[in-house]
Structures are given as structure tokens and as C-alpha cells.
Design a protein around this ligand. Structure first.
Ligand code: SF4
Length: 335
């Protein structure tokens, strides 16, 4: 059962009182055949994920001879790779055959992995695994050297990544899947989880520009969504990140994320975007995700291709007005 307190279940995992969702998915038996239709498998995945979340304290007996819910999710992810629709762009690239789509990722590559001490206080120390490539092209990207270069880093086998995670079990609070963006690597992440048994919370650190299909596959494996809500409207999202249908996509995905996991939402204050982006984003969070932890971030600096109105830092007045509105709305802000 989900706790009402922000990140309450995540805290229970840290205290050893709850197990990470991916371990529950791995142990949850689901009968399915690999040649079943996509529609059937999607329906099974959705039904069993909801049941598992509702019965976390009362799981069925493990059945080693049956496939698991995680196995079902991996099968759906493998199918998705043949005509990629992990993100909202749904390019249709046959990535299994080496084709690339908008993000440029065929086989995911790990750009770096290390114990991160600079994330939100609730998360550190965090075992952060960075994939190269991204589903957005933000003109001010601070991570552009890996987000816009999908060839950065190297391809790593799931077992090897699971080994990295296992060695950090007990020393970190979580595994933090990020990039660029982790979305093009979703199938690999599930393969790693299948090889892992670490009792570590899983954090999906993302722009949240996933397809609904990808969100449904991911649900029940991630304990926390460290989610960006960058814009408050589609025009700014299109102009600054080349992200069509941004608002409907990301707000839909935040709603889906809350059905199984917990939310820590980041909003970066952009110069000149208080009225059009910051205020609508905060107002949506107050109504759409009142149990989310929210980080209003003031550290924007112009970089990469930022120009015009984005070629300056936000003023103190802009940052304060966003923080003040967040407090007025009763949002649960990070320290
Ligand atoms: S993840 Fe990449 S290849 Fe897949 S749909 Fe999105 S942009 Fe296209």
C-alpha cells in the first residue's frame, strides 16, 4: 500500500521495512506465452501491476516454474525495441537491427557510473548510472556532452551492471537511472534488474517524455520517479526542447507514475519563464500530485546553445516569486 507521506515507502525501503518494487515484480508469478498478442500482454501487464501494487503486503507464494511480472515486462520491452516507441516520438526505429531514431541510440551506452553526492538530500549517496543520448534537445542542456552524443561511453552487459550495483548494496541509498535520459535504455534497465538482487530502491531520473506504453512497462519496477516538469505549456517545450505534445505527455506520465511509485519532481526556474512555465507547473502539481516532493531549482546557468532570453541567470526576484508560490500552494519542498 502506498504511504501518504511524501517518499514514505522509499523511506521504508531504506529502513529495511519494505522491499524494492522490482524484487516484488520479479517474484510475482504471471502465466503468459511469448507468442501472445501485444494487446494481451499489455493488458496482463497492467492488470498484474495494479494487483501487485495493491497486494504488496500480501504477495502470492513464489513459483519458480512460472514466468514473473518482470519477465512479462522484459518481453514487452524487447518487442518495443523492434519498432521503438519508448518515448512519445514513437519513431519506429528497429533498434534491435541497429537502426536509430531521433535520440540516436541503438544499443544503449553507459557514459559513466559513480556514487553521486550532489542529488537531493533524500537520495544521497546515490549510485548513478548515466546513459548517453536523450529524447529531447534542450537548447540549454547542462549535460549536452553525453545527452547529444549517443556514441559516448560504452555498451555494457546487464550482468556487469548488476555486478556494479551489487558491490554498492549497503553503501548507497538507491540506484539512480539517468542520462541524457534513461528512456531509450529501458529494456536494458529491466535486463539488469533481472540479474540483480540488491535491496536498493530504484530511481527513474528522467525528463518523463516517455510513451504511455513505456510508462506501463516501467510501472512496478521503479520506487521513485525523479521527474522533471520543465514547462507549463507546449509552445515553450517545442521551442526550447523540440518536444511536441509536452504538457499532455508529461502530466499523463506523472499521473501514471503515482499509481505505483513515489514522485520527487524537479522544476528548474528558467529566466523569463515564470508566468508561462513555473507557475502553471506548480499549480498542476498542487492539484495533480499533491503528495509529491518538489524541488524548485534555482541553479540555471546559460550553456550549450542558450541564447536570447536564456543567456542570463534567473534573477533573485524570479526565483523568490516561484518559491513563494510553491509555499502558498502548500507543496512539499525539498530542503
Ligand atoms: S527512444 Fe529514441 S528511437 Fe525510441 S521512439 Fe524515442 S527517440 Fe525514437
Amino acid at each position: 500500500m502506498l504511504c501518504v507521506r511524501a517518499l514514505g515507502r522509499y523511506s521504508a525501503i531504506l529502513d529495511g521495512e519494505a522491499r524494492p518494487l522490482y524484487l516484488a515484480s520479479k517474484a510475482w508469478p504471471v502465466a503468459f506465452e511469448a507468442d501472445e498478442s501485444d494487446e494481451n500482454l499489455l493488458r496482463l501487464n497492467r492488470d498484474f501491476t495494479s494487483t501487485m501494487i495493491a497486494r504488496l503486503g500480501d504477495p502470492p507464494s513464489p513459483n519458480a516454474s512460472m514466468p514473473s511480472l518482470l519477465g512479462l515486462k522484459r518481453e514487452l520491452a524487447r518487442r518495443t525495441l523492434r519498432s521503438c516507441r519508448f518515448c512519445e516520438r514513437a519513431c519506429g526505429a528497429d533498434r534491435g537491427a541497429g537502426e536509430t531514431g531521433y535520440c540516436g541510440v541503438a544499443e544503449p551506452r553507459v557514459a559513466s557510473e559513480f556514487v553521486h553526492l550532489g542529488e537531493e538530500p533524500e537520495l544521497v549517496p546515490s549510485h548513478t548510472i548515466f546513459f548517453s543520448g536523450c529524447t529531447l534537445k534542450c537548447v540549454y542542456c547542462q549535460n549536452w556532452d553525453i545527452s547529444q552524443d549517443p556514441s559516448a561511453g560504452k555498451a555494457v552487459a546487464p550482468k556487469t551492471i548488476a555486478g556494479w550495483i551489487g558491490r554498492r548494496d549497503g553503501y548507497v541509498r538507491n540506484v539512480n537511472w539517468v542520462g541524457g535520459d534513461p528512456t531509450p535504455a529501458l529494456a536494458l534497465v529491466l535486463d539488469v534488474l533481472a540479474e540483480s538482487d540488491a535491496r536498493l530502491a530504484q530511481v527513474w531520473n528522467s525528463n518523463m517524455y516517455l510513451s504511455e506504453r513505456a510508462m506501463r512497462i516501467l510501472a512496478g519496477t521503479m520506487d521513485v520517479y525523479l521527474a522533471d516538469l520543465k514547462y507549463g505549456n507546449d509552445d515553450c517545450a517545442l521551442g526550447l526542447s523540440d518536444a511536441p505534445r509536452y504538457w499532455a505527455t508529461v502530466t499523463r506520465n506523472l499521473r501514471i507514475a503515482r499509481e505505483s511509485g513515489e514522485l520527487l519532481v524537479r522544476h528548474l526556474v528558467l529566466p523569463g519563464h515564470v508566468e508561462c512555465c513555473s507557475l502553471p507547473a506548480l499549480e498542476w502539481l498542487a492539484k495533480g500530485a499533491p503528495d509529491a516532493k518538489v524541488n524548485v531549482m534555482a541553479q540555471y546557468r546559460p550553456g550549450y546553445k542558450a541564447s536570447g532570453g536564456l543567456a542570463r541567470r534567473p534573477t533573485m526576484g524570479e526565483v523568490l516569486s516561484v518559491q513563494r508560490r510553491a509555499l502558498e500552494l502548500g507543496l512539499d519542498l525539498t530542503l
